[in-house]
Design a protein around this ligand. Structure first.
Ligand code: URA
Length: 195
């Protein structure tokens, strides 16, 4: 799949999305296109509904996620759960995925090339999950989805009929406590998107 990056990925995305969840999962598990797979215990694919109204996109698995194979199952996951509770979403309303499926060493930010190589999986997941709202959790999710920085914090844009909103990554709530209130404001001003 890596070699196809230099040409249009839309055909690959289309093919993966039409092959179904099981096939996509298998492709992610089999992938060794970048060096991250060597250091990872488990590629981390998704959690939540397969028919979500809201899709959260994070950065990459951390240590806990690498062990469990479940996105946001560690400390940042607790913060994400609190945030989702504050948004008023129920289990069937949302799904959670990451821009990059394998854990980068020492939780470093994924490299541009790693994001690019994983992007067909991300775009196929979005196509299959077909959400009404995509919530990008931080700058890496934005870079992966938009291929550059295009969004302002908390200001939604509509693309292909989907509302795209960038808010803070849940880990920011751990390291910068002042972000908690700021995040609540970003959520409050955008509630109409999912309510
Ligand atoms: N941070 C992320 O961006 N994703 C996870 O799954 C866990 C922590």
């Amino acid at each position: 799949m890596g070699k196809l990056q230099s040409i249009d990925i839309s055909a690959v995305v289309e093919e993966m999305a039409s092959a179904g969840f099981g096939h996509l999962e298998e492709s992610i598990l089999q992938c060794s296109d970048c060096a991250l797979r060597e250091g990872a215990t488990n590629p981390v694919i998704m959690k939540g509904s397969r028919n979500p109204r809201v899709l959260f996109i994070g950065e990459a698995p951390g240590r806990t996620e690498d062990m469990t194979g479940i996105p946001f199952s560690g400390r940042a996951g607790k913060k994400l759960d609190e945030m989702i509770g504050y948004m008023g979403l129920s289990a069937g309303d949302y799904a959670v995925i990451n821009a990059v499926k394998c854990r980068p060493p020492n939780n470093r930010k994924p490299l541009k090339g790693e994001i690019e190589l994983c992007r067909p999986f991300l775009m196929a997941q979005i196509k299959m999950l077909d959400p009404q709202v995509i919530i990008l959790l931080g700058n890496t999710a934005e870079e992966a989805f938009c291929r550059s920085k295009k969004l302002e914090w908390g200001i939604p844009k509509v693309s292909g009929g989907i509302s795209i909103l960038k808010i803070y990554h849940p880990a920011a709530m751990i390291y910068q406590r002042s972000r908690i209130e700021e995040q609540k404001t970003l959520i409050d001003t955008n509630r109409y998107l999912w309510e």
